[in-house]
Design a protein around this ligand. Structure first.
Ligand code: SF4
Ligand code: SF4
Length: 442
């Protein structure tokens, strides 16, 4: 690492420093600006990818310290990586931002920014701990099933909504409807008929997908069976660590990655299937996350090479035979971590367009972020709402009755937008619609 003179105050430190070589790839052309949701919303250079890269370079070179103002500009970034898609110089903005955040949180706890420390703590102590997460979601399930959620959201709850503190009201309005039993099955999940050719694959259960959208796992298993797979959910797997990496807690993310690699290796499968775009993107980058670790670097690279998003996996197989009709008008919201981080745009379209009776109506900017960004909607509620409003207007203009996406965070955010705007539409994972067609064809 090159020695630099740091100005006093918070600076970058630790093993996850942003790479100078990556930063030097930026030729300052500005092609990324019109793709960036926060630049579109503010028109400010410092809320653009180019501006943020400039700040990160200045902190790295010790020309400025990471003041509250500088961190504010980094914090307003959604980490949607639309700038990577737009960049002609292949600047790996996502990893530069992840490293910048990790290099801030590598400072001693006493000087870490409080909000950043608190966010990492929440993710580490709740999201990464299945028992605590399930206990928290059990309360949410009680809230839905008791009828209180419907009451608060209905016309009779208007007075209550008026007196709720803004933070609580925000939390309430974005809370999912938890009216289904969670999906927590492990072991062998599907058994294709005797004599049928099978590929053995493993499913990532993840931290929230099976708890909030269990029907997505159920549909995934049925569709994988349809394309000739035996599906297992290995014991010992857990949260993929994506949100911790985004928040800068790379140590916890590395611990979660090691646990998942070991669990999936034991399963001896041909592919690891992921139906949450954010998790898939993170798991495909375990090799990079663990590249400092000589015991795990090679294993992590090998593991990452076997990770597939479920849509990418299914679209590459013979999935279209025997599909029944699904008479729906559908629009597709590209999950940022599918389109921009994994470069997968065609697979969801190939699948939807193959379904008889289905009409796909594209919105104007399907690959623009919905404003979800993991915890972003709670941390930056104003910007998140502004971005969501633009997204909902785009969705409404398609007249679609189904909004398809491929990530639980996006689903929750768009569902909140549907409720807020009173839109007559439902939000579904692409795999659920394909599953509907598979079942209709039986
Ligand atoms: S990741 Fe998204 S919000 Fe952040 S700079 Fe890039 S385009 Fe803008
Ligand atoms: S498009 Fe790429 S090279 Fe151009 S300013 Fe943005 S990050 Fe830099």
């Amino acid at each position: 690492m090159t020695a630099t003179t740091q100005t006093p105050g918070l600076h970058f430190t630790g093993i996850d420093m942003p790479s100078r070589a990556d930063l030097l790839n930026c030729i300052h052309c500005g092609f990324c600006l019109p793709a960036c949701p926060t630049y579109i919303a503010t028109g400010q250079e410092l809320e653009s990818p180019r501006g943020r890269l400039h700040l990160i370079s200045a902190v790295l070179d010790g020309r400025i310290s990471a003041t509250e103002r500088v961190l504010g500009h980094l914090d307003l970034c959604l980490q949607c990586r639309a700038c990577e898609t737009a960049c002609p110089s292949s600047v790996p903005y996502g990893r530069i931002m992840e490293d910048a955040r990790a290099a801030i949180l590598a400072n001693p706890p006493a000087i870490q920014p409080r909000a950043w420390r608190g966010r990492a703590l929440l993710l580490r102590e709740v999201l990464a701990r299945p028992r605590r997460l399930r206990a928290a979601l059990a309360l949410g399930r009680l809230y839905t099933r008791s009828g209180l959620q419907a009451f608060v959201r209905g016309p009779l709850g208007a007075t209550l909504r008026h007196v709720l503190p803004p933070t609580l009201l925000r939390l309430e309005s974005s809370a999912p409807v938890l009216d289904r039993a969670p999906f927590r099955a492990t072991g062998l999940l599907s058994r294709p008929g005797l004599g049928s050719p099978t590929t053995r694959v493993a499913l990532l259960l993840g931290c929230v997908q099976g708890e909030i959208y269990p029907q997505v796992h159920e549909a995934t298993v049925r569709v994988l069976e349809h394309v000739g797979c035996a599906v297992v959910a290995p014991e010992g797997q857990g949260c993929c660590g994506a949100l911790l990496t985004h928040a800068g807690d790379s140590e916890t993310a590395r611990a979660l990655a090691r646990r998942n690699i070991a669990a999936f290796e034991r399963a001896g499968v041909e592919a690891v299937i992921v139906n949450a775009a954010g998790c898939g993107a993170a798991m495909k980058e375990y090799g990079r996350l663990l590249h400092h670790d000589r015991h795990w670097a090679e294993r992590a690279e090998r593991f990452s090479a076997g990770v597939r998003d479920v849509l990418e996996f299914v679209a590459a197989r013979d999935f279209a035979g025997g599909l029944g009709r699904v008479e729906r008008t559908v629009t597709l919201q590209d999950a940022c971590h599918l389109a921009h981080a994994q470069g997968i745009r065609e697979a969801p379209r190939t699948i939807l367009e193959a379904i008889p009776g289905l009409r796909l109506v594209e919105m104007r900017t399907p690959d623009r972020c919905c404003g979800s960004g993991g915890l972003y909607s709670f941390v930056q509620p104003g910007m998140s709402a502004q971005i969501l409003d633009a997204k909902m207007a785009d969705i409404a203009s398609t007249g679609a009755g189904v909004i398809c996406t491929s990530n639980p965070g996006c689903a929750m955010q768009v569902e909140a937008g549907v409720r807020r705007g009173g839109l007559d539409a439902e939000v579904r994972h692409v795999i659920e619609i394909l599953d509907e067609a598979v079942r209709a064809g039986r």
